[in-house]
Design a protein around this ligand. Structure first.
Ligand code: IPM
Ligand code: MG
Length: 364
């Protein structure tokens, strides 16, 4: 007999709607664990802007060490109007991404049947892309500062740092992923306007591409790529992009597939040398926090990505199918999707759909 599989997962609900949607993801993942013969031990951390108000820090000094032993982290949302965004995010989300070398931010965007996206005449089959966002350097660097403060010509600089190591590894991840998909990679550049970093990015992506003769690489300036995502989304599949470009393109992609309520992401350490972190990309939505009307699908989807990363692919597939069933049936929908269901009702609908999925016994 093999030992039962068990995973230790840290949950950081965070701010605003984060804890509400996390609760629903946990319910769904517990159901998946039951059906697929593994267990998840959840440990909750109250790190948030509320904690900042009480203690002056988003997380404790040894926060990173506390997270290190976990198999994965499920994160709700970070940020609230009471704390400046750069303080809250650089006090929690970004340090975790960096400390655990989560250098891939994987952001799938697929139009699901039953969901109406904003594009006319686009079939669900024509909108299925994944953004591979560099998550450790690039435009999100700490280099730079304020200069000549108080002078008439005061200015600020922000240095974008692109290392050979950083670009190589994200490009390689994208090419490997493309092998399991359509075999096409689009690289987001801006080497016509950005004179140092972007030509360097192109050069390294080309070098990596030489090792993947089976993959078709196309390079697009990011502005034109944004337009193409809207006018010809079916021509795109894997998109590899720098930290900032990937950030912007992934919100656009989310909007194209029905909104931020459906978009999830994985901050991946592909080598598993530290825990990876899974989150919805919608943020804390202070305007609707506490009302119980936030759409939990993105967070549940993030949970499915987590299961896949942990090696529970059958369970991840089943959760994704359950989400698809609920969206296609359209009986239970939160207000962002035009319905009147609550966060918990949507969570229940996914749990029920999952309970109708074949479990481990049927697949084995
Ligand atoms: C995201 C978010 C974050 C980012 C912010 C909140 C710092 O927009 O995960 O997409 O830019 O990485
Ligand atoms: Mg973003």
């Amino acid at each position: 007999m093999t030992a039962p599989r068990g995973y230790a997962v840290a949950t950081i609900g965070g701010d605003g709607i984060g804890p509400e949607v996390c609760d629903q993801a946990i319910r769904v993942l517990d159901e998946a664990a039951d059906r697929f013969g593994f267990s998840v031990r959840w440990t909750d951390f109250d790190w948030s802007c509320a904690r900042f108000a009480e203690t002056g820090a988003m997380m404790p000094d040894d926060g990173i060490d506390q997270l290190r032993p976990f198999d994965a982290i499920l994160l709700g949302a970070v940020g609230y109007p009471s704390v400046p965004d750069h303080v809250s995010l650089w006090g929690l989300l970004i340090p975790i991404r960096r400390a655990f070398d989560q250098y891939v931010n994987l952001r799938p965007a697929r139009l699901l049947p039953g969901v109406t996206g904003p594009l006319r005449d686009i079939d669900a089959a024509d909108l299925d892309m994944v953004i591979v966002r560099e998550n450790s350097e690039g435009e999100y660097s700490t280099e730079g500062g304020r200069h000549d403060v108080g002078a008439a010509d005061e200015y600020a600089t922000q240095v974008a740092r692109f290392s050979r190591h950083g670009v190589e590894r994200i490009a390689r991840y994208a090419f490997e992923l493309a092998r399991s998909r359509s075999g096409r990679v689009a690289s987001a550049t801006k080497s016509n306007g950005i004179i140092h970093t972007m030509p360097y990015w192109d050069e390294i992506v080309d070098e990596v591409a030489a090792g993947y003769p089976d993959i078709e690489l196309r390079r697009y300036h990011v502005d034109a790529l944004a337009a193409r995502m809207v006018t010809a989304p079916g021509s795109l599949d894997v998109i590899v992009a720098s930290n900032l470009f990937g950030d912007i393109l992934s919100d656009l992609a989310a909007a194209l597939v029905g909104g931020l309520g459906l978009a999830a992401s994985g901050n991946l350490n592909p080598e598993h040398t530290g825990p990876s972190m899974f989150e919805s990309i919608h943020g804390s939505a202070p305007d609707i926090a506490g009302q119980g009307i936030a759409n939990p699908i993105a967070q549940i989807q993030a949970g499915a990505m987590m299961l896949r990363h942990l090696g529970e692919a059958d369970a991840a597939d089943a959760v994704e199918r359950a989400i698809e069933t609920v969206l296609a049936e359209a009986a239970v929908r939160t207000p962002d999707l035009g319905g009147a269901a609550s966060t918990a009702q949507m969570g229940t609908a996914v749990v029920e759909a999952l309970s109708r999925e074949p479990g481990a016994e049927a697949i084995a």
